[in-house]
Design a protein around this ligand. Structure first.
Ligand SMILES: Cc1cc2nc3c(=O)[nH]c(=O)nc-3n(C[C@H](O)[C@H](O)[C@H](O)COP(=O)(O)O)c2cc1C
Length: 189
């Protein structure tokens, strides 16, 4: 059992996982805690899609890679260009071989959707870390346009994927990447 401060320091983006399923009940407990996050007007616009199927996770990775590569082709000046080489590697799975992907999604019409779902994602990652599970927000896995796949994963047409989070038992917990000192512009007292 660690303190909350220790938990904040301990959470890392994990990209290497054991070949072990995460029980659905644990994913559901983590999601329950994610929903303790604050949201604008307490609207709680977040919805969750849990994917535990390896074949589907690969299809989602391939779909997202394809959409991003198309985007790079259309706009070579895109900031996504720096990922092109990696995305072109046939066997590269954007979800890093995790056994579970959780999409935090919601209706595009909600003005505060991005912020609210990002808060839920933060809670999700900390809740998972407190249980010894590893997570990583994988923005490269968010570009799911194929209507057939969207239907299969239960993602409504007017919903946007805000946070794709991978979840699993860590095989390797990386060293913490360096953090800059807090950029406090001014203390007005
Ligand atoms: C919005 C967002 C998008 C990210 N997208 C990716 C991604 O597509 N692939 C990946 O491996 N990591 C991704 N990350 C993880 C970051 O690289 C990671 O948080 C950062 O390097 C700091 O490491 P830490 O989380 O261990 O502190 C993303 C993180 C955030 C917050």
């Amino acid at each position: 059992m660690c303190t909350f401060s220790e938990l904040l320091m301990k959470r890392r983006s994990v990209r290497e996982f054991e070949k072990r399923e995460v029980p659905l009940s644990i994913t559901e407990e983590i999601i329950k805690e994610s929903c303790c996050a604050p949201s604008a007007r307490n609207e709680q616009p977040w919805h969750f899609i849990i994917i535990n199927n390896e074949t589907m996770i690969k299809r989602l990775s391939d779909e997202s890679k394809g959409v991003i590569l198309e985007e790079i082709k259309k706009s070579p000046g895109s900031p996504l260009k720096k990922y092109e080489e990696m995305l072109r590697i046939e066997g590269f799975n954007v979800f890093w071989g995790a056994p579970t992907v959780v999409y935090i999604v919601g209706p595009e019409s909600k003005g505060s959707l991005q912020v609210d779902c990002a808060l839920a994602a933060s809670y999700f990652m900390l809740s998972a870390a407190s249980r010894g599970l590893g997570t990583c927000w994988v923005a490269l896995g968010s570009c799911i346009e194929d209507p057939e796949i969207r239907k299969e994963i239960g993602l409504p047409d007017d919903y946007k994927i805000v946070a794709p989070i991978i979840l699993g038992y860590p095989r390797v917990i990386p060293e913490p990447p360096p953090r800059e000192n807090p950029k406090i512009l001014k203390v007005v007292s």
